[in-house]
Write a protein that binds this ligand. Structure first.
Ligand code: ADP
Ligand code: MG
Length: 155
């Protein structure tokens, strides 16, 4: 468990990029926090840390699923899901949620509480809290038993 304070979007991206170095294909990262907390900003940092183009990351509220693939053919694919508008099992099936979770991609999920009952227990949970205009409190918690993140031990 790691708790951090970031003071601007660049710091949030840098924190996410550090986490990205610890990620493995198949990982699920959930991002909880109110609108504007910085969930999408965090995903942008994950993309950067994974060597993907952070400029491709936008808020997929209307799209629900976006995939960012490596430009060179090497490296991992990041799938970005926004569950804000998911309200039924049918919606979840329509985005191919089960296949996404069994695949070799890294999945970053905004609004995990919308699909709580369909979430694997083995995930990395991120909670973002709005402190003031530029300040966010970010808690990172690897729920997978035995999973240690470099972030947990370093500062
Ligand atoms: P969400 O996806 O949670 O709705 P976004 O990442 O889309 O949030 O937006 C976060 C907003 O907050 C952006 O406008 C960003 O510039 C602003 N912001 C200000 N300070 C921070 C910070 N420390 N970390 C992340 N975003 C910040
Ligand atoms: Mg968002």
């Amino acid at each position: 468990m790691k708790e951090c304070i970031t003071r601007n979007p660049a710091e949030t991206m840098a924190l996410a990029a550090r986490l990205a170095r610890d990620l493995r294909p198949g990982d699920l990262i959930t991002l909880a926090g109110e609108l504007g907390a910085g969930k999408t900003c965090f995903v942008r940092g994950l993309a950067e840390g994974l060597g993907l183009n952070p400029g491709h990351v936008s808020s997929p509220t209307f799209v629900m699923v976006q995939e960012y693939t490596p430009e060179t053919g090497f490296g991992v694919t990041l799938v970005h899901v926004d569950a804000y508008r998911i309200s039924s099992e049918d919606d979840l099936a329509s985005i191919g949620w089960e296949d996404l979770c069994e695949g070799n991609t890294i999945v970053a999920l905004e609004w995990p509480e919308r699909i709580a009952s369909d979430l694997s227990d083995e995930r990395i949970e991120i909670e973002l809290e709005h402190i003031d205009d530029q300040t966010r409190r970010i808690v990172i918690h690897a729920r997978e038993p035995g999973r240690v993140l470099a972030l947990d031990t370093n500062d």
